[in-house]
Design a protein around this ligand. Structure first.
Ligand SMILES: Cc1cc2nc3c(=O)[nH]c(=O)nc-3n(C[C@H](O)[C@H](O)[C@H](O)COP(=O)(O)OP(=O)(O)OC[C@H]3O[C@@H](n4cnc5c(N)ncnc54)[C@H](O)[C@@H]3O)c2cc1C
Length: 262
């Protein structure tokens, strides 16, 4: 079975988020990291490949630094990686990004068909959770989003979804697109052996021309949405720092009582 895992390179959520021209998130500040939720997607794909046999391809669309995201995938155990990078992609919205990912998956599947595409539940910078469904629509395959469990057997994929008051089981024929939640598994840490092995694994770099995509179909020109306004949130006012050592609990209780919060 051939599995493609889409992984996103995002600004580190611990760092200060920077907004650039037109309110766009600055993505090449050097403090980027693999989107944490995509580690669950990688883990799900690696377990499936171990169980039923096959290979895992880590795929990212993003600026030069984004290659780090697929390299982490290789360290965790993916067999190969693909990085799509092109200046014209900057400013793409969900649809533009899905268009590039769909073309890359078609490209990857040209020699050896792709059976399953696995994604995380959300990119921690964009947070739309729309990409998996947009990608499935463009690939014209079933979408099974937000899976807490994924199994594959007899040419089908089956997922369990945890809803507020129910558990749902969905099944679809392969090929299909699945996104997994952070309840799906506990991602493995790359070990030393994995890190050394990753250095020898292939990383293919592709541009829009390799994928037959016209620059005008992506980026801000191809986007169906526009950032109307974006501004840093003002610092919170009236903050009280309780820093009283062993007296901190007493001070906190006094503050809550005084302000009728307890
Ligand atoms: C260089 C660049 C510049 C961009 N500029 C803008 C912009 O200015 N304005 C704007 O609205 N959007 C922009 N985007 C697009 C945006 O960052 C997202 O890719 C898209 O909007 C969906 O993001 P999300 O986090 O909401 O996706 P979600 O649907 O929340 O993500 C779900 C899953 O989809 C996968 N995924 C998402 N994005 C990628 C990716 N790039 N590569 C591989 N897998 C992915 C991951 O598995 C992720 O867990 C840009 C993207 C790139 C690569």
């Amino acid at each position: 079975m051939r599995i493609v895992v889409c992984v996103k390179h995002v600004p580190d959520i611990q760092s200060d988020r920077a907004l650039g021209e037109g309110g766009r998130v600055v993505r090449d500040g050097g403090d980027g990291t693999l989107n944490e939720l995509d580690e669950n997607a990688l883990e799900a794909a690696l377990v499936l490949a171990e169980e039923v046999g096959g290979e895992v391809v880590a795929l990212t669309v993003g600026p030069d630094d984004a290659v780090d995201a697929v390299r982490k995938g290789l360290q965790m155990g993916a067999d190969e990686a693909v990085h799509v990078v092109d200046d014209a992609i900057g400013g793409s919205d969900v649809v533009g990004t899905a268009r590039v990912l769909a073309a890359a998956i078609t490209h990857i599947g040209a020699t050896d068909p792709v059976d399953l595409v696995v994604l995380g539940m959300a990119g921690l910078d964009g947070l739309t959770s729309l990409l998996p469904s947009a990608l499935a629509a463009l690939l014209d395959v079933p979408a099974l989003p937000l899976a807490a469990e994924v199994t594959v057997a007899d040419g089908s994929v089956r997922v369990r979804r945890n809803l507020d008051h129910a558990t749902e089981v969905l099944q679809a024929s392969l090929p299909a697109v699945v996104s997994v939640t952070d309840q799906a598994n506990q991602p493995r840490y790359p070990n030393f052996k994995g890190m050394m092995a990753a250095r020898k694994k292939p990383v293919t770099t592709l541009g829009l021309a390799d994928l037959g995509i016209a620059p005008a179909d992506v980026g801000t020109t191809g986007a169906r949405t526009a950032v109307v306004a974006a501004a840093p949130r003002p610092a919170r006012e009236n903050r009280v720092l309780v820093n009283g050592g062993s007296e901190a609990g007493v001070q906190l209780a006094a503050y809550l009582v005084e302000n009728k919060l307890a």
